[in-house]
Design a protein around this ligand. Sequence first.
Ligand SMILES: Nc1ncnc2c1ncn2[C@@H]1O[C@H](COP(=O)(O)OP(=O)(O)OP(=O)(O)O)[C@@H](O)[C@H]1O
Length: 272
Amino acid sequence: MTSLLQVMDLSVHSLARPILHALSFTLEAGKILAVIGESGSGKSTLALSLMGLLPAGFQPHGEIRLNDENLLTLTEPQWCQIRGNTLGMIFQEPMSALNPMRRIGAQIADTLRLHTILTRSEIRDQTLALMEQVGLLKAGVNERAYPHQLSGGQRQRALLAMALACKPALLIADEFTTALDARTRADVMTLVNQHTQTHRMALLMISHDLGLVRHHADHVLVLKDGICVEQGPTVSIFDAPAHPYTQALLAMSLHGAAHTPLTRLPFYTVPA
Ligand SMILES: Nc1ncnc2c1ncn2[C@@H]1O[C@H](COP(=O)(O)OP(=O)(O)OP(=O)(O)O)[C@@H](O)[C@H]1O
């Protein structure tokens, strides 16, 4: 059976230099893949490649197959069809992704209106169902609240409701829990994890929080300077990391840097 996502020999070049080097990996429906690596290793560039949102001047090569369709051959209108439908995304900064002038319920409804053919009353019901699902109603947030009236965790839940609205087959989450406190981070991650299992959604998560990765991810891919130095089941990566760079990364996180961006490891460079 073909994997939901197949990335084959993906390289990305900026005008100045290569950013990603021949990455290959797969992701199955219902599974969680975590991409880890120090700051600048290319994690966000990978996420942006998968969403067709690379900055101007960045050129991808290779294949990104989602449901066996090579996304790198899509036109912009075709990308727009896929984003928000088959492909959901959620980022670190909920405030910059939410419209401060529109009520939360209206923003979730907008997503449904844009990507589904539901009637007005179905959209209202679905909006409330999503707010319930991500724990906003339980927290006392109603659909008429504005983003500034929500906590950081609640805003992230609202974004999650928007990302899940169209039941994406693949959700790409770039550092989406980083700005949250440890408890909220764990709650939101548990919520997403449950969703992957209930709806067979695949999740590609980028995180500096290796505790979270260890607890939730099925597979881990380790990036160093745009190169995949190691990938495999989470247990193998954490319990028996084969590559010295992975060992250094894990050791650094054990020494208290788990919740801050993993900065450059001064003592290790990947052999040419
Ligand atoms: N818009 C851009 N223009 C030029 N270079 C860029 C741009 N965005 C990223 N880069 C470069 O690409 C490389 C990979 O950056 P990227 O943001 O993908 O790393 P990252 O692993 O996500 O880092 P972080 O954990 O800090 O977010 C870096 O060397 C970075 O300087």
